[in-house]
Design a protein around this ligand. Sequence first.
Ligand code: KE4
Length: 442
Amino acid sequence: MGSLELFERAKQVLPGGVNSPVRAFRAVGGNPPFLTRGEGCRVWDADGREYIDFVGSWGPLILGHSHPAVLEEVERAMRDGLSFGAPTEREVKMAELLVEVVPGVDMVRMVNSGTEAVMSAVRLARGATGREKLVKFDGCYHGHSDAMLVGAGSGALTQGVPDSAGVTRGAAQDTLLAKFNDLNSVAALFEANPGQIAAVVVEPVAANMGVVPPAEGFLPGLRQLCDRHGALLIFDEVITGFRLGLGGAQAYFHVKADLVTFGKIVGGGMPVGAYAGRRELMRQVAPLGPVYQAGTLSGNPVAMAAGLAQIRLLQERPEVYGEIETKAERLAQGLRQCAGKYGVPLQVNRCAGLVCPYFTAAPVRSFDDAKRSDLDRFRTYFHAMLARGIYLAPSQFEAVFVNASHADEDIEAACAAADAAFAALAGAESGSEGAKCGSFGS
Ligand code: KE4
């Protein structure tokens, strides 16, 4: 059965035909391919089409699909049993590995998603400080717990307002909205809410508004403000954890967080999240302390096996991060060359292996900047790339994930597809002669 038929069936029994909204292609139009298989950096859909995958399940698959060493560990674990709801050695090994690799953490709690990790870390921060308010940044995404589904309200102090039906004013009222890369907006909230802010939660690289790296001094400034006002700094590293490097954003930017959340890569493609911090904080978590948090499948041995295998592979070859960064920069340069060749206004942001093209002439350093991107041009670009076998996130406000599984020729293929996509965008003759944008060795 092909993707179209599957989508019609899916829409009868799944809201929007999907289990996560962005997959439904509503931001770009058209119908999503139903994927059937992945290997390395390639995926195949139900109509037999092959794509070079730059989504990688939204970040988890930094080593590509179906890595043999990961599959081998998963198979070994599953033969011992899928789940016990009891302590197992693999979750101890995972916690020991995270404590070994992640700067500044003594203890970890495994959960089942990034949403759960952030929700739990926020509850811990509130429990540990006895304070109720939380600062997040407009345009940053931290999963779908009520306190996080909060948009910038009107009014100078940006009291949060529900960003989703079903989120009550009560759930939203303690979430305050600041602007990413704007320390003054954070300082103002601390001034207006003295002694009430439990934590500031931030994506160290904002990767849910496209990709917006932290401005120089921004993260150290958050650290200083939290220290000055007795609040905790939570790095939501669901995307950046093990993506920027083994030590994640704390090591990459040399800024210590009080609590760190993980998802995606730590599960190797299986449903895993985690939150971690120094002992004095983590000891507040049940059953040791008064902050309750639980989960039937938390630390699931099969999921732990996948995460352990992937992280160990990254540890064995840390040079993979440099390789990814080089490929990501080549892709970014290729996109810039294509845009220049056809006169299409484009900004391409990059941090490590995270890349994002924005269809705007002005630099993108904030959510307000990102929102100026021409979404119609993004849609045309997206479908032109998909038609040429390049599988990208179906939204302007997501990242392009360059992974270890992308070879140079995969990056070149993406640049060649971009050449045609930008030609289509500019309405120029497609496939003009001459060197392809970003091609290697030319
Ligand atoms: P999950 O609950 O989806 O595992 O993680 C939530 C989350 C938390 N923090 C950050 C920084 C995240 O990016 C995410 C989830 N990321 C999105 C993609 N940007 C997941 C894709 C989706 O929602 O389907």
